[in-house]
Design a protein around this ligand. Structure first.
Ligand code: NI
Length: 137
């Protein structure tokens, strides 16, 4: 059976502030620049969720896209879209909401709802130029 990759794209709008409690105020300002400003700023995050699996010869698909859409809606869009990541999303209470960490948190939120081994990669575009990917390692 051929192995294929199936990707679903989702866009969410979120506010955040990049700030590490492990660094001093001036170190944060130096590392994160305007992203460390106290009163937050926003991004339209483009999220690409990719599954990898065998194409079912009966149906021709590797996973039901309607089901994937619902899982992403319930686990990612509802809790994160139009929210302040630092203040509203429990995972970021103590975790800096960098694009890398957002990719990891999205992976952790999705994987329990998907058949084991099916989730291949989460990509998060914070801007068109800044992109993180996570593969569950
Ligand atoms: Ni930012």
């Amino acid at each position: 059976m051929p192995i294929a990759y199936l990707t679903r794209r989702t866009v969410i709008a979120c506010a955040h502030r990049l700030y590490s409690d492990a660094l001093s105020h001036s170190e944060n300002a130096l590392l994160f620049g305007p992203c460390a400003y106290e009163n937050f700023h926003g991004h339209n995050y483009e999220i690409l969720v990719t599954l990898k699996g065998k194409i079912d010869p009966k149906t021709g698909i590797l996973f039901d896209l309607t089901q994937l859409k619902k899982i992403i809606h319930d686990q990612i869009t509802l809790p994160m879209d139009h929210r302040n990541l630092n203040l509203d999303v429990p995972a970021f209470k103590t975790l800096n909401p960098t694009v890398e960490n957002i990719a990891v948190v999205i992976w952790q939120a999705l994987s329990p709802s998907l058949p084991k081994g099916l989730l291949f990669e989460v990509q998060v575009f914070e801007t068109e130029n800044n992109i993180a990917r996570y593969r569950g390692e």
